[in-house]
Design a protein around this ligand. Structure first.
Ligand SMILES: Cc1cc2nc3c(=O)[nH]c(=O)nc-3n(C[C@H](O)[C@H](O)[C@H](O)COP(=O)(O)OP(=O)(O)OC[C@H]3O[C@@H](n4cnc5c(N)ncnc54)[C@H](O)[C@@H]3O)c2cc1C
Length: 379
């Protein structure tokens, strides 16, 4: 049975072509220069990549999550950084998809779907990583507006985004109410600070943001005041599936390179692929990838069916897939010996790109806590 409709199939084969012809040849250079590939952003806009997640009425394709995750695997296979450009478009848009007003969707989605504008998800702060209750950014009501003050860190795409979904505390009657606001980059008081220098995912900017007396009108509240925790939770439930798809893509890319190399590399008079020690590593890598992909497929079905078990499955998928990508890319380097450790081959980059996947969108320790919580409530 084919999982994708004609339009989805067409866009997925366009993505295959883009990945081979445009992304793969650029991947090492993007890593080396650590520069956001604006040319690829233009190409993705022209080719409708940014439109995938939006409904047709807003200029989108209305692709299924399954199709989106298939696309992310394809991008991840050739470049983790480029897969971030696509994934963050969904992460930043999901709060509005799930909770935005119709007026907001009509105002913002056509610009996002065309790729004319990009969006970022601004939750994390210096003192509020895993613990979002510690968010200190405030939004104080003044007349019919809210005034935002505070800062955010580690925001993917922060220096290239046009919109930010900003989580801030509204203080009402002495009570903190975590809420989400749509902020535009050109609004007075928005300051986009430096990009972090990272181990991997170079070219995917990770940025600090500052908000000083930024005025936001009520039509830019996403959902309702107090909805912040719920919006973060449900956005990340979906986001973790996208993150898993990226990780599976990177792992697949590493296995493809390592297996090809193993067949060609001769030591002791035969191809190293003939040594059982190497075969065992390749077998473990393939098994790891297939297991993560199968769990992702199941979790996507649960997402589509709005299953109450999604929280557990989304966290389990993220845990499995993102620990897996570190193992698989490390083994890919091992299979390739000293050549795997050098930049002449992409597995060195893939291994560096992989580490962050067990950290962002909720660390894998936090995923285990979420899984155990739901699991124990079932007994
Ligand atoms: C490249 C990159 C991109 C990112 N993109 C975004 C983005 O687009 N938007 C955004 O909002 N954020 C983003 N982040 C932030 C990311 O989500 C956080 O870094 C992550 O949630 C962890 O927070 P922290 O770094 O403050 O670590 P901490 O929360 O300080 O955790 C440090 C360690 O303590 C452990 N720990 C913490 N609490 C517990 C607990 N209760 N039980 C057990 N262990 C615990 C953690 O697992 C971890 O090992 C990004 C980060 C990076 C590095």
């Amino acid at each position: 049975m084919n999982k994708f409709n004609d339009e989805e199939q067409m866009i997925l084969s366009t993505i295959d072509q883009i990945c081979e012809e445009k992304v793969l040849p650029r991947a090492a250079e993007i890593d080396a220069t650590d520069e956001f590939p604006e040319d690829l952003r233009q190409l993705f806009a022209e080719q409708g990549i940014y439109s995938l997640i939006f409904e047709e009425q807003y200029g989108g394709v209305g692709a299924s999550l399954q199709c989106y995750c298939a696309a992310l695997q394809k991008f991840g296979r050739v470049s983790g950084s480029v897969s971030m450009m696509v994934a963050v478009h969904s992460l930043g848009s999901t709060p509005i998809i799930l909770y935005g007003s119709e007026e907001m969707k009509e105002r913002v989605f056509p610009r996002l779907a065309s790729g004319e504008a990009l969006i970022a998800f601004a939750l994390t702060e210096l003192a509020a990583g895993s613990d979002v209750n510690r968010i200190a950014s405030t939004a104080v009501k003044k007349g019919d507006k809210y005034i935002i003050n505070g800062s955010k860190c580690f925001i993917t795409g922060g220096s290239v985004a046009d919109y930010f979904c900003v989580f801030a505390q509204v203080i009402e009657a002495g009570e903190k109410k975590l809420s989400v606001f749509l902020v535009e980059k050109d609004q007075p008081g928005v300051q986009i600070s430096r990009n972090e220098e990272k181990m991997g995912l170079k070219g995917s900017p990770t940025t600090q943001l500052y908000f000083e007396n930024v005025e936001v009108t009520e039509d830019n509240i996403i959902g309702k005041i107090s909805d912040g925790a719920k919006i973060a939770f449900n956005t990340l439930n979906k986001g973790r599936l996208c993150t898993s798809a990226q990780a599976i893509g990177i792992a697949q890319g590493a296995l493809d390179v390592a297996a090809e190399y193993a067949k060609g590399r001769v030591q002791f008079g035969k191809s190293i692929a003939e040594f059982q020690a190497v075969q065992l590593m390749l077998a473990d890598m393939e098994t790891d990838i297939q297991a993560a992909r199968a769990l992702l497929e199941k979790s996507i079905e649960m997402y589509e069916a709005k299953s109450a078990e999604l929280v557990k499955f989304s966290s389990m998928t993220k845990l499995l897939a993102t620990d897996m990508v570190m193992r698989v890319t490390t083994n890919a380097v091992q299979v390739m010996g000293g050549y795997g450790y050098c930049k002449d081959y992409p597995v060195e980059r893939m291994m560096r790109d992989s580490k962050i996947f067990a950290i962002f969108e909720g660390t894998n320790q936090i995923q285990r806590i979420l899984i155990a919580k739901q699991l124990l409530s079932e007994y």
